[in-house]
Design a protein around this ligand. Structure first.
Ligand SMILES: NC(=O)C1=CN([C@@H]2O[C@H](COP(=O)(O)OP(=O)(O)OC[C@H]3O[C@@H](n4cnc5c(N)ncnc54)[C@H](OP(=O)(O)O)[C@@H]3O)[C@@H](O)[C@H]2O)C=CC1
Ligand SMILES: Nc1nc2c(ncn2[C@@H]2O[C@H](COP(=O)(O)O)[C@@H](O)[C@H]2O)c(=O)[nH]1
Length: 325
């Protein structure tokens, strides 16, 4: 298979049909909900917390709360609902997670979105969990992953997933490729195209997004939405610990399968990265929206659909050609 990644692609402009980029509509539908941009911060402990989730939900953005403080999840859903906001949580696949879901059902607490994410999402354990959630919480929109093949997408969709998350190992804090030899790291964009060729439901491209232009490229190659970790970490509001070394201030960003997250040395597939502090997270989301509006104008359209069939060229490492400084 011929593979390529984000840096190897440039999209080709078409005649513009709008008078101002303000006219370009970046909104996206997921289930019954419409969101401002096709971007969701990763469900990682150094990327999202309750405060950010509330801000995102109340300003028209999608979010997925992480699952690494499991005992807080029920109260989180209750609080979101008290504020008339949708609740979007994450679960794993272990026995305790079945008890948690059953407890929600017993208490009549129903999150609008549930994301099941484990390292190797093309697995019986995820399929069983999808079926369970769909049986007991039939109105929840279930996102499942992560997978890196069409078979993975097909199996999770057939089990009842409403969207699948694609990306094994392209993440900035990921060491899966090094530790196991497996993954879509380095060819995530073509893996996305491969997976989307069979998808009947939305795909969320997860990992490896390094520039705003990569969001437009993801949509071109079949994503409905992108999940972003490192590029949405390190902001003033970001939950990672602040670290100062040699007079410079950073924020911690660590993998969900890192030793720091797991507090154990078993099956480590993630690392810690220090990100220079960047400013305001919410301004960054506004900038992303503006850049997507520009992308739509270059695609010759009025909304995200214009990006889906735009022509492109493959030029290895194209965005850095002649641009090293
Ligand atoms: N997108 C990606 O590339 C990756 C993402 N991650 C993230 O890290 C977090 C932790 O992931 P994970 O460790 O899976 O979560 P959990 O620790 O919750 O493990 C989930 C379950 O799946 C089993 N499991 C995990 N990996 C495999 C595998 N390769 N084959 C068979 N069974 C497996 C585990 O058992 P046991 O531990 O006993 O094997 C456990 O029962 C998640 O948020 C995940 O998204 C992690 C790695 C890659
Ligand atoms: N292999 C691993 N992947 C991980 C881990 N923790 C999170 N992730 C994945 O990375 C993306 C974010 O990627 P980024 O390039 O935007 O930083 C995240 O959504 C997960 O799918 C991990 O420990 N190991």
């Amino acid at each position: 298979m011929k593979t390529f990644d984000y840096d190897d692609i440039q999209l080709i402009p078409r005649r513009c049909v709008i008078e101002s980029r303000n006219e370009a509509d970046t909104s996206v539908q997921l289930g019954q909900y419409h969101f401002k941009i096709p971007v969701v911060p990763a469900n990682m402990q150094t990327v999202i917390n309750e405060e950010i989730a509330i801000w995102l939900a109340s300003h028209g953005y999608f979010y997925v709360m992480h699952r690494f403080e499991p005992a807080k999840r029920e109260q989180f859903i209750i609080e979101m609902h008290q504020k008339n906001l949708y609740a979007s949580i994450s679960v794993g696949v272990k026995k305790d997670e079945y008890s948690f879901i059953d407890q929600l059902v017993a208490h009549k607490i129903r999150p609008e979105f549930v994301t099941i994410d484990i390292a190797h999402g093309h697995s019986d354990s995820v399929i069983d969990m999808i079926r369970h959630i769909k049986r007991v919480l039939p109105h929840a929109f279930v996102i499942a992953g992560n997978v890196g093949t069409p078979d993975g997408v097909r199996d999770l969709e057939q089990a009842g997933a409403d969207a699948t998350k694609v990306g094994i190992g392209p993440g900035r804090a990921c060491i899966t490729k090094i530790k196991t030899g497996f993954g879509t790291g380095g060819w995530q964009l073509s893996a996305l195209e491969w997976c989307s060729s069979v998808a009947r439901k939305p795909i969320i491209a997860d990992g490896g997004i390094r520039t705003h232009g990569d969001i437009a490229k993801s949509i071109r190659f079949g994503a409905t939405m992108v999940m972003i970790g490192s590029m949405l970490a390190g902001f003033e509001q970001s939950p990672g610990e602040e670290v100062t070394t040699a007079g410079k201030t950073f924020k911690e960003y660590f993998g969900s399968a890192s030793e720091l997250q797991k507090q154990a040395h078993h099956h480590i597939e993630g690392k810690r990265v220090l990100i220079p502090i960047k400013g305001d997270l919410y301004e960054e989301l506004g900038d992303m929206q503006e850049d997507l509006q520009s992308a739509i104008s270059y695609a010759g359209g009025r909304d995200l659909n214009a990006l889906k069939d735009v022509d492109y060229v493959v030029v290895p490492n194209t965005i850095y050609n002649g641009d090293h400084n």
